[in-house]
Design a protein around this ligand. Structure first.
Ligand code: ADP
Ligand code: ASP
Ligand code: MG
Length: 412
Protein backbone atom coordinates (compact mmCIF):
# COMPACT_ATOMS: atom_id res chain seq x y z
CA UNK A 1 0.00 0.00 0.00
CA UNK A 2 1.33 3.40 -0.99
CA UNK A 3 0.59 6.94 0.09
CA UNK A 4 -0.02 9.49 -2.63
CA UNK A 5 -0.52 13.21 -2.48
CA UNK A 6 -2.73 14.48 -5.32
CA UNK A 7 -3.05 18.15 -6.18
CA UNK A 8 -5.83 19.45 -8.42
CA UNK A 9 -5.53 22.95 -9.90
CA UNK A 10 -8.27 25.50 -10.56
CA UNK A 11 -9.39 24.21 -13.97
CA UNK A 12 -9.47 20.64 -12.67
CA UNK A 13 -12.01 21.68 -10.01
CA UNK A 14 -13.59 24.44 -12.11
CA UNK A 15 -17.18 23.15 -11.87
CA UNK A 16 -19.18 20.69 -9.79
CA UNK A 17 -18.92 18.30 -12.75
CA UNK A 18 -15.14 18.53 -12.63
CA UNK A 19 -15.16 18.05 -8.86
CA UNK A 20 -17.19 14.85 -9.27
CA UNK A 21 -14.69 13.69 -11.87
CA UNK A 22 -11.82 14.37 -9.43
CA UNK A 23 -13.68 12.30 -6.81
CA UNK A 24 -13.78 9.39 -9.29
CA UNK A 25 -10.05 9.71 -9.91
CA UNK A 26 -9.37 9.54 -6.16
CA UNK A 27 -11.73 6.60 -5.72
CA UNK A 28 -9.80 4.71 -8.40
CA UNK A 29 -6.64 5.02 -6.31
CA UNK A 30 -8.47 4.06 -3.11
CA UNK A 31 -9.88 1.00 -4.83
CA UNK A 32 -6.32 -0.17 -5.44
CA UNK A 33 -5.76 -0.05 -1.71
CA UNK A 34 -3.71 3.15 -1.52
CA UNK A 35 -4.02 6.11 0.82
CA UNK A 36 -4.60 9.54 -0.67
CA UNK A 37 -4.12 13.04 0.67
CA UNK A 38 -5.61 15.58 -1.71
CA UNK A 39 -4.73 19.25 -2.07
CA UNK A 40 -7.04 21.49 -4.07
CA UNK A 41 -6.94 25.00 -5.49
CA UNK A 42 -9.81 27.45 -5.63
CA UNK A 43 -12.24 26.88 -8.49
CA UNK A 44 -10.98 28.39 -11.76
CA UNK A 45 -11.03 32.19 -11.78
CA UNK A 46 -12.02 32.47 -8.12
CA UNK A 47 -8.70 33.81 -6.79
CA UNK A 48 -8.61 36.44 -9.56
CA UNK A 49 -12.20 37.38 -8.76
CA UNK A 50 -11.37 37.85 -5.09
CA UNK A 51 -8.28 39.94 -5.86
CA UNK A 52 -10.39 42.18 -8.12
CA UNK A 53 -13.03 42.59 -5.39
CA UNK A 54 -10.40 43.67 -2.91
CA UNK A 55 -8.92 46.18 -5.36
CA UNK A 56 -12.32 47.74 -5.94
CA UNK A 57 -12.18 48.75 -2.30
CA UNK A 58 -8.54 49.35 -1.45
CA UNK A 59 -5.44 49.81 -3.60
CA UNK A 60 -3.19 48.10 -2.74
CA UNK A 61 -5.29 45.86 -0.47
CA UNK A 62 -4.16 45.35 3.12
CA UNK A 63 -2.04 42.16 2.84
CA UNK A 64 -3.37 40.54 6.01
CA UNK A 65 -6.98 41.10 4.98
CA UNK A 66 -6.24 40.02 1.42
CA UNK A 67 -5.04 36.67 2.75
CA UNK A 68 -8.20 36.25 4.83
CA UNK A 69 -10.17 36.90 1.67
CA UNK A 70 -8.14 34.75 -0.75
CA UNK A 71 -8.05 31.74 1.54
CA UNK A 72 -11.84 31.40 1.19
CA UNK A 73 -11.45 30.22 -2.42
CA UNK A 74 -9.75 26.96 -1.47
CA UNK A 75 -12.10 26.43 1.46
CA UNK A 76 -15.05 26.18 -0.93
CA UNK A 77 -13.35 23.47 -2.97
CA UNK A 78 -12.30 21.23 -0.07
CA UNK A 79 -15.87 21.05 1.23
CA UNK A 80 -17.38 20.38 -2.21
CA UNK A 81 -14.86 17.62 -2.97
CA UNK A 82 -15.52 15.89 0.37
CA UNK A 83 -19.26 16.01 -0.35
CA UNK A 84 -18.64 14.49 -3.79
CA UNK A 85 -16.60 11.66 -2.24
CA UNK A 86 -19.21 11.01 0.42
CA UNK A 87 -21.98 11.03 -2.15
CA UNK A 88 -20.12 8.21 -3.88
CA UNK A 89 -19.82 6.26 -0.64
CA UNK A 90 -16.29 7.19 0.43
CA UNK A 91 -15.42 8.71 3.78
CA UNK A 92 -13.57 11.99 3.49
CA UNK A 93 -12.60 14.88 5.72
CA UNK A 94 -11.62 18.42 4.73
CA UNK A 95 -9.01 20.59 6.46
CA UNK A 96 -8.06 24.21 6.00
CA UNK A 97 -4.38 25.11 6.27
CA UNK A 98 -4.94 26.27 9.83
CA UNK A 99 -6.69 23.04 10.81
CA UNK A 100 -3.85 20.82 9.60
CA UNK A 101 -1.56 23.36 11.06
CA UNK A 102 0.54 24.38 8.15
CA UNK A 103 2.68 26.84 10.04
CA UNK A 104 4.11 29.74 7.99
CA UNK A 105 6.00 32.97 8.58
CA UNK A 106 3.99 36.18 8.55
CA UNK A 107 4.93 37.44 5.07
CA UNK A 108 1.31 37.91 4.01
CA UNK A 109 0.54 37.05 0.36
CA UNK A 110 3.90 35.28 -0.04
CA UNK A 111 4.36 33.34 3.18
CA UNK A 112 6.80 30.47 3.54
CA UNK A 113 5.96 27.16 5.16
CA UNK A 114 7.96 26.60 8.35
CA UNK A 115 6.46 23.40 9.66
CA UNK A 116 3.58 20.99 9.15
CA UNK A 117 1.97 19.12 11.99
CA UNK A 118 1.00 15.78 10.45
CA UNK A 119 -0.63 14.17 13.51
CA UNK A 120 -4.16 15.04 12.59
CA UNK A 121 -3.71 13.86 9.02
CA UNK A 122 -2.17 10.57 10.13
CA UNK A 123 -5.05 9.93 12.54
CA UNK A 124 -7.62 10.64 9.85
CA UNK A 125 -5.78 8.38 7.39
CA UNK A 126 -5.75 5.59 9.98
CA UNK A 127 -9.50 5.97 10.25
CA UNK A 128 -9.64 5.07 6.55
CA UNK A 129 -10.66 8.47 5.23
CA UNK A 130 -9.54 10.49 2.25
CA UNK A 131 -8.08 13.79 3.37
CA UNK A 132 -8.71 16.97 1.43
CA UNK A 133 -6.52 19.93 2.36
CA UNK A 134 -6.94 23.52 1.18
CA UNK A 135 -3.92 24.53 -0.89
CA UNK A 136 -2.15 27.89 -0.91
CA UNK A 137 -2.76 28.74 2.75
CA UNK A 138 -1.31 28.45 6.21
CA UNK A 139 -1.34 30.05 9.60
CA UNK A 140 1.21 32.00 11.61
CA UNK A 141 2.22 31.31 15.16
CA UNK A 142 -0.13 34.14 16.18
CA UNK A 143 -3.05 32.53 14.41
CA UNK A 144 -3.16 34.84 11.37
CA UNK A 145 -4.20 33.33 8.05
CA UNK A 146 -1.55 33.54 5.31
CA UNK A 147 -1.28 32.60 1.65
CA UNK A 148 1.77 31.25 -0.16
CA UNK A 149 1.84 33.33 -3.35
CA UNK A 150 0.05 32.66 -6.64
CA UNK A 151 0.26 29.04 -7.67
CA UNK A 152 0.95 28.15 -4.04
CA UNK A 153 -1.20 25.03 -3.92
CA UNK A 154 1.62 23.21 -5.70
CA UNK A 155 3.84 24.03 -2.74
CA UNK A 156 1.25 22.89 -0.20
CA UNK A 157 1.10 19.54 -2.00
CA UNK A 158 4.85 19.03 -2.18
CA UNK A 159 5.35 20.15 1.43
CA UNK A 160 2.69 17.68 2.59
CA UNK A 161 4.26 14.92 0.51
CA UNK A 162 7.64 15.67 2.13
CA UNK A 163 6.21 15.83 5.65
CA UNK A 164 4.23 12.60 5.19
CA UNK A 165 7.04 10.87 3.26
CA UNK A 166 4.54 10.09 0.52
CA UNK A 167 5.51 7.73 -2.26
CA UNK A 168 4.72 10.29 -4.95
CA UNK A 169 3.24 13.76 -5.33
CA UNK A 170 0.99 14.01 -8.39
CA UNK A 171 0.18 17.48 -9.68
CA UNK A 172 -3.00 17.17 -11.76
CA UNK A 173 -3.56 20.10 -14.10
CA UNK A 174 -5.00 21.09 -17.49
CA UNK A 175 -1.98 19.95 -19.53
CA UNK A 176 -0.70 16.38 -19.60
CA UNK A 177 2.80 17.19 -18.40
CA UNK A 178 5.67 19.61 -18.65
CA UNK A 179 6.29 20.61 -22.25
CA UNK A 180 9.34 21.94 -24.07
CA UNK A 181 7.56 25.30 -23.89
CA UNK A 182 4.07 26.56 -23.05
CA UNK A 183 1.85 24.68 -25.51
CA UNK A 184 -0.44 27.71 -25.65
CA UNK A 185 2.30 29.62 -27.45
CA UNK A 186 3.85 26.84 -29.51
CA UNK A 187 1.40 24.11 -30.55
CA UNK A 188 4.36 21.96 -31.63
CA UNK A 189 5.70 21.88 -28.09
CA UNK A 190 6.49 18.34 -26.97
CA UNK A 191 5.73 16.70 -23.65
CA UNK A 192 8.81 15.61 -21.74
CA UNK A 193 8.76 12.22 -20.05
CA UNK A 194 11.30 13.40 -17.53
CA UNK A 195 12.99 16.59 -16.49
CA UNK A 196 15.56 17.17 -13.74
CA UNK A 197 14.80 19.26 -10.65
CA UNK A 198 17.51 21.63 -11.71
CA UNK A 199 16.00 22.23 -15.12
CA UNK A 200 12.46 22.47 -13.77
CA UNK A 201 13.63 25.00 -11.21
CA UNK A 202 15.12 27.15 -13.96
CA UNK A 203 12.02 26.76 -16.14
CA UNK A 204 9.75 27.73 -13.25
CA UNK A 205 11.85 30.67 -12.12
CA UNK A 206 12.17 31.92 -15.70
CA UNK A 207 8.43 32.06 -16.18
CA UNK A 208 6.93 28.58 -16.81
CA UNK A 209 4.04 28.75 -14.42
CA UNK A 210 3.10 25.09 -14.69
CA UNK A 211 4.66 24.63 -11.21
CA UNK A 212 5.26 27.22 -8.51
CA UNK A 213 9.03 27.67 -8.03
CA UNK A 214 8.90 26.95 -4.33
CA UNK A 215 7.24 23.60 -4.93
CA UNK A 216 10.17 22.53 -7.10
CA UNK A 217 12.66 23.81 -4.52
CA UNK A 218 10.89 21.81 -1.84
CA UNK A 219 10.73 18.67 -3.96
CA UNK A 220 14.44 18.90 -4.74
CA UNK A 221 15.40 19.53 -1.15
CA UNK A 222 13.37 16.68 0.32
CA UNK A 223 13.69 14.43 -2.70
CA UNK A 224 9.94 14.18 -3.29
CA UNK A 225 9.08 12.26 -6.39
CA UNK A 226 7.02 14.77 -8.35
CA UNK A 227 4.82 14.19 -11.40
CA UNK A 228 2.81 16.63 -13.51
CA UNK A 229 -0.14 15.11 -15.33
CA UNK A 230 -3.60 15.86 -16.68
CA UNK A 231 -6.83 15.49 -14.73
CA UNK A 232 -8.65 15.39 -18.07
CA UNK A 233 -6.82 12.64 -19.94
CA UNK A 234 -4.99 9.43 -19.05
CA UNK A 235 -1.22 9.33 -19.20
CA UNK A 236 2.08 9.12 -17.37
CA UNK A 237 2.74 12.87 -17.46
CA UNK A 238 6.21 14.18 -16.65
CA UNK A 239 8.39 12.93 -13.85
CA UNK A 240 10.63 15.50 -12.18
CA UNK A 241 13.64 13.81 -10.64
CA UNK A 242 17.36 13.96 -10.06
CA UNK A 243 19.67 13.39 -12.95
CA UNK A 244 20.50 9.71 -13.19
CA UNK A 245 23.40 8.02 -14.88
CA UNK A 246 22.38 6.89 -18.31
CA UNK A 247 19.47 9.32 -18.50
CA UNK A 248 19.11 10.62 -22.00
CA UNK A 249 20.43 14.15 -21.93
CA UNK A 250 18.92 16.69 -24.21
CA UNK A 251 21.04 19.69 -24.98
CA UNK A 252 18.10 22.02 -24.47
CA UNK A 253 15.12 20.85 -22.43
CA UNK A 254 12.87 23.80 -22.86
CA UNK A 255 12.12 27.43 -23.52
CA UNK A 256 10.67 29.55 -20.74
CA UNK A 257 9.38 33.08 -21.05
CA UNK A 258 8.23 35.80 -18.73
CA UNK A 259 5.87 38.54 -19.83
CA UNK A 260 6.00 40.38 -16.53
CA UNK A 261 9.22 42.25 -17.21
CA UNK A 262 10.12 45.92 -17.42
CA UNK A 263 13.49 47.59 -17.82
CA UNK A 264 14.92 50.84 -16.59
CA UNK A 265 18.06 52.60 -17.81
CA UNK A 266 20.10 55.38 -16.29
CA UNK A 267 22.24 57.12 -18.92
CA UNK A 268 25.40 59.04 -18.22
CA UNK A 269 26.01 58.38 -14.54
CA UNK A 270 29.49 59.10 -13.18
CA UNK A 271 31.50 55.85 -13.27
CA UNK A 272 32.90 55.56 -9.78
CA UNK A 273 32.86 53.03 -6.94
CA UNK A 274 29.52 52.68 -5.22
CA UNK A 275 27.40 53.72 -8.18
CA UNK A 276 25.54 50.41 -8.48
CA UNK A 277 24.72 50.56 -4.82
CA UNK A 278 23.52 54.16 -5.09
CA UNK A 279 21.15 53.24 -7.90
CA UNK A 280 19.93 49.88 -6.64
CA UNK A 281 20.03 50.47 -2.87
CA UNK A 282 16.85 52.58 -2.77
CA UNK A 283 15.16 50.11 -5.15
CA UNK A 284 15.93 47.24 -2.77
CA UNK A 285 14.82 49.33 0.21
CA UNK A 286 11.44 49.68 -1.48
CA UNK A 287 11.22 45.88 -1.62
CA UNK A 288 11.48 45.78 -5.39
CA UNK A 289 13.23 42.72 -6.75
CA UNK A 290 15.79 43.30 -9.46
CA UNK A 291 16.44 40.59 -12.02
CA UNK A 292 19.01 41.34 -14.74
CA UNK A 293 21.64 44.04 -14.35
CA UNK A 294 23.91 45.42 -17.06
CA UNK A 295 26.51 48.14 -16.70
CA UNK A 296 28.37 49.42 -19.74
CA UNK A 297 32.05 50.20 -19.99
CA UNK A 298 32.75 53.86 -19.51
CA UNK A 299 35.00 55.43 -22.14
CA UNK A 300 34.41 58.97 -20.83
CA UNK A 301 34.03 58.41 -17.07
CA UNK A 302 30.27 58.24 -17.57
CA UNK A 303 28.41 54.98 -17.79
CA UNK A 304 24.95 53.58 -18.60
CA UNK A 305 23.22 51.25 -16.19
CA UNK A 306 20.23 49.05 -17.02
CA UNK A 307 18.21 46.66 -14.89
CA UNK A 308 14.91 44.81 -15.05
CA UNK A 309 12.09 44.54 -12.50
CA UNK A 310 8.62 42.99 -12.36
CA UNK A 311 6.21 44.99 -14.51
CA UNK A 312 4.01 45.72 -11.47
CA UNK A 313 6.96 47.51 -9.87
CA UNK A 314 7.86 49.57 -12.94
CA UNK A 315 6.19 52.84 -11.96
CA UNK A 316 7.41 52.67 -8.40
CA UNK A 317 10.99 51.93 -9.52
CA UNK A 318 10.85 54.78 -12.05
CA UNK A 319 9.72 57.24 -9.38
CA UNK A 320 12.60 56.20 -7.13
CA UNK A 321 15.13 56.48 -9.98
CA UNK A 322 13.92 59.95 -10.93
CA UNK A 323 14.71 61.04 -7.40
CA UNK A 324 18.05 59.33 -6.78
CA UNK A 325 19.55 59.72 -10.23
CA UNK A 326 18.83 63.40 -10.60
CA UNK A 327 20.72 63.88 -7.35
CA UNK A 328 23.59 61.81 -8.79
CA UNK A 329 23.80 63.94 -11.90
CA UNK A 330 22.68 61.32 -14.42
CA UNK A 331 22.03 62.63 -17.93
CA UNK A 332 18.79 60.80 -18.60
CA UNK A 333 16.51 58.05 -17.34
CA UNK A 334 14.53 55.89 -19.70
CA UNK A 335 12.41 52.79 -19.37
CA UNK A 336 10.30 50.26 -21.21
CA UNK A 337 7.58 48.07 -19.76
CA UNK A 338 6.77 46.33 -23.05
CA UNK A 339 9.56 43.80 -22.91
CA UNK A 340 9.70 40.05 -22.26
CA UNK A 341 12.41 37.63 -21.24
CA UNK A 342 12.92 34.41 -23.17
CA UNK A 343 15.23 31.70 -21.87
CA UNK A 344 16.72 28.47 -23.17
CA UNK A 345 17.20 25.89 -20.40
CA UNK A 346 19.15 22.65 -20.44
CA UNK A 347 21.74 20.79 -18.38
CA UNK A 348 23.40 19.70 -21.62
CA UNK A 349 24.46 23.31 -22.15
CA UNK A 350 27.19 22.86 -19.56
CA UNK A 351 29.33 20.86 -21.88
CA UNK A 352 28.43 22.54 -25.16
CA UNK A 353 29.65 25.79 -26.58
CA UNK A 354 27.89 27.53 -29.41
CA UNK A 355 24.32 27.43 -28.10
CA UNK A 356 24.31 31.16 -27.40
CA UNK A 357 25.61 32.15 -30.81
CA UNK A 358 23.09 29.87 -32.48
CA UNK A 359 20.35 31.48 -30.42
CA UNK A 360 21.46 35.01 -31.33
CA UNK A 361 21.88 34.12 -34.99
CA UNK A 362 18.40 32.69 -35.29
CA UNK A 363 16.78 35.65 -33.56
CA UNK A 364 18.70 38.03 -35.81
CA UNK A 365 17.51 36.04 -38.81
CA UNK A 366 13.94 36.98 -37.85
CA UNK A 367 14.88 40.64 -37.33
CA UNK A 368 14.41 40.39 -33.57
CA UNK A 369 16.56 42.85 -31.69
CA UNK A 370 18.06 41.56 -28.42
CA UNK A 371 17.99 44.23 -25.73
CA UNK A 372 19.75 42.38 -22.90
CA UNK A 373 21.45 39.03 -22.38
CA UNK A 374 22.26 37.01 -19.30
CA UNK A 375 23.64 33.53 -18.93
CA UNK A 376 24.27 30.92 -16.29
CA UNK A 377 25.53 27.36 -16.41
CA UNK A 378 22.29 25.86 -17.69
CA UNK A 379 20.38 28.79 -19.19
CA UNK A 380 20.64 31.70 -21.59
CA UNK A 381 18.11 34.53 -21.30
CA UNK A 382 17.44 37.37 -23.69
CA UNK A 383 15.19 40.40 -23.32
CA UNK A 384 13.26 41.36 -26.45
CA UNK A 385 10.27 43.55 -27.34
CA UNK A 386 6.97 42.10 -26.23
CA UNK A 387 5.64 41.93 -29.80
CA UNK A 388 8.29 39.36 -30.71
CA UNK A 389 7.45 36.87 -27.98
CA UNK A 390 5.58 34.28 -30.07
CA UNK A 391 7.92 34.60 -33.05
CA UNK A 392 11.02 34.25 -30.88
CA UNK A 393 9.72 31.22 -28.97
CA UNK A 394 8.60 29.43 -32.12
CA UNK A 395 11.83 30.23 -33.96
CA UNK A 396 13.99 28.88 -31.14
CA UNK A 397 11.77 25.83 -30.75
CA UNK A 398 12.29 25.05 -34.40
CA UNK A 399 16.00 25.87 -34.61
CA UNK A 400 16.84 23.73 -31.60
CA UNK A 401 14.54 20.94 -32.86
CA UNK A 402 12.66 20.75 -29.60
CA UNK A 403 9.71 19.09 -31.30
CA UNK A 404 11.88 16.04 -31.93
CA UNK A 405 12.32 13.39 -29.32
CA UNK A 406 16.04 12.90 -29.17
CA UNK A 407 18.04 15.91 -30.20
CA UNK A 408 21.27 14.65 -31.59
CA UNK A 409 24.09 16.69 -30.15
CA UNK A 410 25.85 16.82 -33.51
CA UNK A 411 22.89 18.52 -35.15
CA UNK A 412 22.81 21.26 -32.56
P1 ADP B 1 -3.32 24.80 -12.36
O1 ADP B 1 -4.50 25.69 -12.24
O2 ADP B 1 -3.68 23.37 -12.55
O3 ADP B 1 -2.33 25.00 -11.24
P2 ADP B 1 -1.65 26.39 -14.10
O4 ADP B 1 -2.40 27.31 -15.00
O5 ADP B 1 -1.04 26.97 -12.88
O6 ADP B 1 -2.62 25.19 -13.73
O7 ADP B 1 -0.51 25.64 -14.93
C1 ADP B 1 -0.81 24.95 -16.10
C2 ADP B 1 -0.51 25.84 -17.33
O8 ADP B 1 0.87 26.12 -17.37
C3 ADP B 1 -0.81 25.22 -18.65
O9 ADP B 1 -2.15 25.39 -19.03
C4 ADP B 1 0.18 25.90 -19.59
O10 ADP B 1 -0.44 26.89 -20.40
C5 ADP B 1 1.17 26.59 -18.68
N1 ADP B 1 2.56 26.29 -19.01
C6 ADP B 1 3.57 27.20 -19.10
N2 ADP B 1 4.71 26.63 -19.42
C7 ADP B 1 4.47 25.31 -19.56
C8 ADP B 1 5.29 24.17 -19.90
N3 ADP B 1 6.59 24.29 -20.17
N4 ADP B 1 4.70 22.96 -19.92
C9 ADP B 1 3.40 22.81 -19.64
N5 ADP B 1 2.57 23.84 -19.33
C10 ADP B 1 3.10 25.08 -19.29
N1 ASP C 1 -5.72 29.67 -6.01
C1 ASP C 1 -4.35 30.14 -5.96
C2 ASP C 1 -4.01 30.87 -7.24
O1 ASP C 1 -4.84 30.99 -8.13
C3 ASP C 1 -3.38 29.07 -5.65
C4 ASP C 1 -3.24 27.98 -6.70
O2 ASP C 1 -4.11 27.80 -7.53
O3 ASP C 1 -2.25 27.27 -6.66
O4 ASP C 1 -2.92 31.36 -7.38
MG1 MG D 1 -0.82 26.44 -10.88
Amino acid sequence: MALYVHKYGGTSVGSTERIKHVADNIINVREKGHDVVVVVSAMRGETNRLVALAREIQEPPNPRELDVLLSTGEQVTIALLCMALEQKGYAACSYTGAQVRILTDDAFTKARILDIDTDRIKDTLSAGKVIVVAGFQGITENGDITTLGRGGSDTTAVALAAALKADECLIYTDVDGVYTTDPRIEPRARRLNRITFEEMLEMASLGSKVLQIRSVEFAGKYNVSLRVLSSFTEGEGTLISYEEAGMEKALISGIAFNRDEAKLTVLGVPDRPGIAHKILGPIADANIEVDMIVQNIAPDAKTDFTFTVHRNDYKKAMDILQRTCTEMGAREISGDDKIVKISLVGVGMRSHAGIASKMFESLAGEGINIRMISTSEIKISVVVDERYLELAVRTLHEVFKLDQDVQSKESN
